[in-house]
Design a binder for this molecule. Structure first.
Ligand code: HEC
Ligand code: HEC
Ligand code: HEC
Ligand code: HEC
Ligand code: HEC
Ligand code: HEC
Ligand code: HEC
Ligand code: HEC
Length: 604
């Protein structure tokens, strides 16, 4: 017989077990549900970065200081950095005036119809190198033609930021904001075009600038769910990722890279006719999705009607421009055969604001994190001393051959130096960029010795006399304006031969390059000339030709009469006569080549 009290105990025990079972069952169901819970984030609403602040203070604080955050801002005394103190600036005979009334900013300049008018600034674009200004006419926003160079502190016409020859069109870059800039500088841009009238009657963005949700997707559900401690606790117990928000680092390499590639890779809709729908309803992509459902990145074969995008690429398909980092990655085995993504090197939340990366990733670590065996025997691979700049992976595999925002940026395509290709296509190579006094023939001979006969010059190229001219000098006068920029940059930077200012032989070439028809080339040439010569005669790359020629004449006279040092280095491949002048025949050949410039009209 079981006593009453014992029966009670057993009853309570059974009850407890049942209850525990029930709790366990409910818990398991919740966990299962959580694990399979996959809300469609494209249907979730955006809430803005401010909503993330309370729970993610560190990320918010770092982001607040970022150029991403400051990309598009309302014009206020805090955000406007240009000189609006009644400043004037004259270009092509038109004097623009920038002024301020209270907390409002104005630009008096030529409008596209050719009349002077006063435009009120409503938004700013950019906070790092250049600030551009946006005005509003009805429901359309326009980017104004005059911008501010933040670093050098002056006004200039936007013709000076693009890669095209001087054009008589003052207002060429007075572009519509609603259907262009809106996409890559903001969260979820919607041009809101009325398809019947073509007017932008209903333009909107979820947030100006590159807010949290530009990378993490819409956050309403995430914010709501995380209000409940139960959800957060449950999720941690279940060790499940949070399905209410996108963390690209936890996604496959494709969708991961696409989050950044969405803006850092110019693109076209998969079906070009979808452009109308995008203009009406907005950008269909939500972070975390497969970007290729909607867009394909521009490449050298891309065309719209008769318009070809090929000039944006070197002949081998390598992008010439910034904002094509995604295309660079797509062409690199490290990404296609390995797991390299943008965040292999960039750290959006903890990296230094400049380039959003840790300093170690600016060096070999960014490559040796995957290619450890090369690091283990560095000199055998690079044929330079381990502590030499000639052993820096980037310098050979990712030289600064991309143009953007008047800077020479590292290409994001991992490639090898190929001197023969440089001669054939004008695409610069890392060896010659760092050894600017040496020829392509010189580089090819060493590469053949070090890496094999496939680096020898082709018979056709070997027969050309230019193969034995300092390659960077040849490129400075080649028919490819973007190679001319890179060449000017290389001449103004320290290289294998030492500091720029010890490279006196470059001076006559850089003086001649100040005559380039492409303003951007003149900009680089002048920067380099100042570094090499140490003299600043006040050249302004967008000044009228007469004024420019006057400064060029001063430089030329200065150079002619300057006593040349006996110890100055003058590499054999550099075409100079005994007076340190470019021989007449050589100059004529350079100018003839420049006359064949392949027209390029591109640029961010
Ligand atoms: C009410 C608090 C709260 C708010 C508001 C909030 N979050 Fe979170 N978030 C959390 C918590 C809690 C986690 C989980 C942290 C953990 O597991 O350690 C999280 C995680 C994340 C993660 C990482 C997810 C993962 O799987 O790695 C991201 C990304 C994120 N939040 C972005 C955002 C963004 C963007 C916003 C604004 C739209 C936002 N959060 C707003 C509480 C919040
Ligand atoms: C396909 C995406 C895309 C489009 C469209 C686009 N941009 Fe950009 N823009 C970028 C990216 C990416 C960068 C950063 C490039 C870098 O830092 O190398 C950038 C940089 C800039 C900068 C430099 C900001 C600074 O702080 O120095 C300005 C100014 C700018 N863009 C203006 C514009 C304007 C005006 C438009 C429209 C007429 C436009 N962009 C259209 C992607 C785009
Ligand atoms: C330019 C894209 C980008 C923007 C903008 C951005 N994030 Fe992130 N965020 C990332 C990436 C990439 C990661 C993953 C980092 C990693 O693990 O390498 C991440 C990770 C996170 C995480 C997980 C914890 C961590 O730090 O790794 C949180 C939380 C988060 N972000 C919140 C925010 C918030 C809040 C904002 C806005 C204030 C924001 N993010 C803006 C790209 C972005
Ligand atoms: C292997 C490492 C690596 C990878 C992968 C990588 N980057 Fe970079 N990135 C760099 C380095 C190094 C620089 C140059 C930084 C400097 O000049 O100090 C750079 C520069 C940039 C710049 C110009 C920044 C500036 O300061 O002007 C942008 C924009 C950029 N990267 C975006 C991307 C995007 C988007 C991706 C993915 C599609 C990506 N990067 C992948 C290493 C990398
Ligand atoms: C919504 C569009 C957008 C997205 C998404 C985006 N970027 Fe950017 N990014 C820009 C624009 C525009 C700039 C130019 C900002 C400036 O220079 O003022 C920029 C600038 C940068 C820079 C240069 C910043 C500096 O101050 O030196 C780097 C590096 C960069 N982005 C990397 C990334 C990476 C990595 C990702 C993905 C994790 C990413 N971006 C996602 C649009 C975007
Ligand atoms: C996330 C890992 C990863 C990173 C980071 C990475 N790589 Fe790679 N890389 C690979 C893989 C995987 C391959 C393909 C297999 C191979 O050839 O070793 C590859 C291939 C290459 C190749 C051969 C390309 C070809 O066309 O044959 C070169 C060169 C190279 N990487 C250089 C670099 C350099 C330089 C860096 C740094 C700027 C770098 N890698 C960063 C993983 C990576
Ligand atoms: C970023 C700079 C850099 C790059 C890129 C570079 N080098 Fe060098 N190179 C140097 C430096 C610095 C020296 C001086 C000796 C040293 O430090 O090893 C040097 C020395 C040399 C030398 C021996 C001295 C001489 O001038 O005759 C040769 C040959 C050479 N490099 C060839 C090459 C070739 C070929 C490439 C491309 C495959 C290359 N270098 C890429 C920086 C560079
Ligand atoms: C002086 C120029 C130079 C430097 C610096 C350099 N490389 Fe290379 N690398 C080359 C050349 C040239 C090739 C192609 C060799 C061939 O065709 O056989 C190459 C090939 C490669 C390859 C593919 C073939 C292989 O050997 O696996 C990888 C990976 C690579 N390099 C990674 C790196 C890394 C990582 C660094 C920095 C630690 C680096 N390289 C520095 C010139 C250089």
């Amino acid at each position: 017989m079981v006593s009453k009290s014992a029966a009670l105990k057993i009853g309570v025990l059974l009850g407890c077990i049942l209850l525990a079972g029930l709790v366990w069952w409910v818990w398991q169901r919740q966990v299962d549900e959580l694990r399979t819970y996959a809300p469609d984030l494209s249907q979730v609403a955006y809430v803005g970065s401010e909503s993330c602040r309370a729970c993610h203070q560190d990320q918010f604080a770092h982001w607040s200081q970022s150029h991403h955050h400051k990309m598009t801002q309302p014009a206020t005394p805090e955000t406007v950095v240009g000189d609006f103190n009644n400043a004037t600036y004259t270009y092509q005979g038109v004097t623009s005036r920038m002024f301020r009334q209270g907390d409002e900013f104005f630009m008096e300049t030529l409008d596209p119809s050719g009349r002077m008018g006063v435009a009120k600034i409503v938004r700013t674009i950019g906070s790092r190198r250049f600030q551009q200004y946006v005005t509003q006419v009805g429901t359309t926003f326009y980017r104004l033609p005059i911008a501010w160079n933040i670093e050098k502190k002056y006004w200039f016409n936007l013709q000076g930021l693009f890669l095209h020859p001087d054009l008589p069109d003052f207002s060429r870059h007075t572009s519509v904001w609603n259907n262009n800039c809106i996409f890559c500088h903001n969260v979820k841009g919607r041009p809101g075009m009325d398809l019947k009238t073509g007017q932008f009657t209903n333009t909107s963005v979820e947030e100006l600038g590159i807010g949290c949700e530009a990378c993490h997707g819409p956050g309403k559900l995430h914010v709501e769910k995380n209000q409940s401690f139960g959800w957060t606790w449950l999720r941690r117990q279940a060790r499940a990722d949070d399905p209410t928000i996108v963390n690209q680092a936890k996604r496959d390499k494709h969708t991961n890279t696409q989050v950044c590639g969405h803006c850092h890779g110019q693109r076209l809709p998969v079906e070009i006719n979808n452009i109308r729908e995008i203009m009406a309803k907005g950008d269909p992509y939500t972070p975390g999705e497969d970007l290729s459902k909607y867009y394909r990145p521009l490449d050298i074969t891309a065309k719209v009607g008769n318009y070809s995008f090929a000039p944006r690429f070197y002949p081998d398909g390598t992008p010439r421009l910034t904002a094509y980092e995604y295309q660079g990655l797509l062409m690199s085995k490290c990404h296609t055969e390995g797991n390299m993504t943008c965040v292999s090197c960039h750290d959006v939340h903890k990296g230094r604001q400049q380039s959003l990366m840790h300093d170690e990733m600016r060096g070999n670590k960014s490559c040796t994190q995957c290619h450890a065996s090369i690091a283990a025997n560095l000199e055998a691979h690079t044929h330079h001393r381990a502590d030499s700049s000639g052993s820096a992976c980037y310098e050979c595999h990712r030289p600064r051959i991309s143009f953007g925002l008047l800077t020479a940026k590292r290409t994001h395509r991992i490639l090898n130096p190929e001197p023969d290709k440089s001669l054939s296509t004008n695409m610069p190579n890392g060896c010659n960029m760092c050894h600017p006094g040496e020829s392509a023939d010189w580089a090819a001979r060493y590469m053949t010795q070090w890496y094999g006969s496939r680096y020898a010059l082709s018979a056709a190229n070997a027969a050309r006399p230019e193969a034995r001219i300092a390659e960077i000098v040849r490129e400075l006068f080649s028919r490819d304006p973007s190679a001319r920029i890179t060449a000017a940059w290389a001449l103004g930077t320290s290289g294998a031969d030492g500091r720029a200012r010890d490279r006196k032989w470059a001076i006559p070439f850089l003086i001649e390059a100040l005559r380039d028809r492409y303003p951007a080339v003149r900009y680089f040439a002048y920067d380099a000339l100042r570094s090499v010569s140490g003299e600043d005669f006040g050249f302004f790359y967008l000044a009228d030709e007469r004024d420019r020629e006057a400064v060029i004449a001063r430089y030329a006279a200065w150079w002619r009469t300057l006593p040349k040092g006996a110890d100055w280095v003058r590499p054999a491949s550099v075409p100079l006569d005994t007076n340190w002048q470019i021989p007449a025949a050589r100059l004529a050949a350079f100018r003839a080549e420049l006359g064949k410039t392949e027209a390029i009209d591109i640029g961010e």
